[in-house]
Design a protein around this ligand. Structure first.
Ligand code: SF4
Length: 213
């Protein structure tokens, strides 16, 4: 089966499994919130980020509030999140630039987003897809691992995964595909012990063919 056909079949199965994929971050339709929460979510669970965000956004409800805040006050608010010191600096500097250069409005272009501290391609694609409907492959750990196991990408490099999948998944489906892959990676195609016997993608999967016969 060609990779494009396989990707279509994978997408079809995932849509049946997860009819309405949602971002695990509760950003309430506010781009500023998603930007901040996405930066906080590196090496941290969505649940933790959602919890911390409840008080964080009460204290700093706008990009200007975050930009003007004392670093130590941001650190206090997010101290239960991993890497909180560097993330606090990212939030402050990111918001300073957001206010100074973009008038407090989250920009939509990849090149613009990448100038914000704490924003790499993974976060930028999440923002472009979920806020602006521009699609984009969010090559996080689940996406890289599962695309690799299925044989749709190499399975190691984020940029290679992004480039491979963006050719295979239609733009308007990319954000939903990535959210579904995250759910699938947490529940079925788990990093250490994938549940291949109960997997709807087993007939499409190179890993299953090679490792389980
Ligand atoms: S068959 Fe196994 S390795 Fe392949 S996608 Fe399913 S759970 Fe993952």
């Amino acid at each position: 089966m060609k990779n494009k056909q396989k990707a279509f079949a994978v997408l079809t199965e995932l849509k049946q499994l997860y009819p309405s994929p949602e971002c695990g971050l509760h950003w309430q339709g506010e781009p500023y919130r998603l930007l901040i929460m996405a930066i906080l979510s590196a090496q941290c669970t969505d649940a933790r980020v959602n919890l911390v965000s409840e008080t964080l956004f009460k204290r700093f409800p706008t990009p200007k509030d975050m930009a003007d805040a004392e670093l130590s006050d941001i650190e206090k608010e997010i101290h239960s999140v991993g890497l909180y010191r560097s993330k606090a600096r990212s939030l402050k500097e990111c918001c300073s630039r957001l206010v100074e250069v973009y008038g407090g409005i989250v920009p939509s272009e990849m090149e613009e987003l990448l100038t914000l501290r704490g924003v790499g391609r993974k976060v930028a694609n999440l923002l472009r897809g979920d806020i602006f409907g521009l699609g984009g492959i969010v090559a996080d750990t689940h996406c890289i691992r599962i695309a690799g196991r299925l044989g749709l990408a190499g399975g190691k490099d984020p940029l290679e995964t992004e480039r491979s999948l963006e050719k295979l998944i239609p733009k308007e489906e990319q954000s939903g595909f990535c959210h579904r892959i995250v759910h699938f990676g947490r529940e079925i195609c788990i990093a250490r012990s994938p549940k291949c016997e109960n997997c709807v993608l087993s007939g499409l999967c190179d890993y299953k063919k090679q490792n389980k016969g």
